[in-house]
Design a protein. Structure first.
Length: 149
């Protein structure tokens, strides 16, 4: 299932790094940057998270809540957040339910080998829970500019 701008963002319930369960509907009335990334503490994912961290104030001023999501477990997220001083939560989607709902768990290929992994994608969700924008070609070093443009 591929999602499109203007559709209702799929509701989900998942754990963040603290072990607390959150739901997308908890954020109704706020704009949400829901960014899917492959793996904690890898170069591209670190660049992306740090770009969002370094521009977090501007994102907040624009009214955004930032939530990162990967298939890593809470423990991995805690280390990543602490090491990089991330001011936002990371969702642990270890059962891939959220990835599947958003169509971001896809077949990838590297050096001729096929495997399943996360398609780095960002969904901008408006105050009513609708998808306002989908960023599929993420610039990890300047992602905030793509969001705030």
């Amino acid at each position: 299932m591929s999602l499109e701008v203007g559709q209702k963002a799929p509701e989900f319930e998942a754990k963040i790094e603290t072990g607390e369960t959150i739901k997308l509907s908890d954020y109704l009335g706020k704009k949400v940057v829901l960014y899917f990334y492959p793996k904690d503490a890898t170069p591209g994912c670190t660049a992306q998270a740090c770009n969002l961290r370094d521009n977090y104030e501007a994102l907040q001023k624009a009214g955004y809540i930032v939530l990162g999501i990967s298939s890593d477990a809470e423990k991995s997220h805690v280390k990543f957040i602490e090491k990089q001083s991330l001011p936002f939560s990371l969702i642990a989607d270890t059962d891939l339910k959220v990835h599947e709902a958003y169509g971001t768990w896809v077949e990838k290929s590297m050096y001729g080998r096929k495997y399943m992994g996360t398609a780095r994608t960002t969904f901008i969700i408006d105050e009513k829970g609708m998808i306002a924008e989908i960023i599929e070609k993420v610039n990890t070093k300047d992602h905030t500019a793509q969001i705030l443009k």
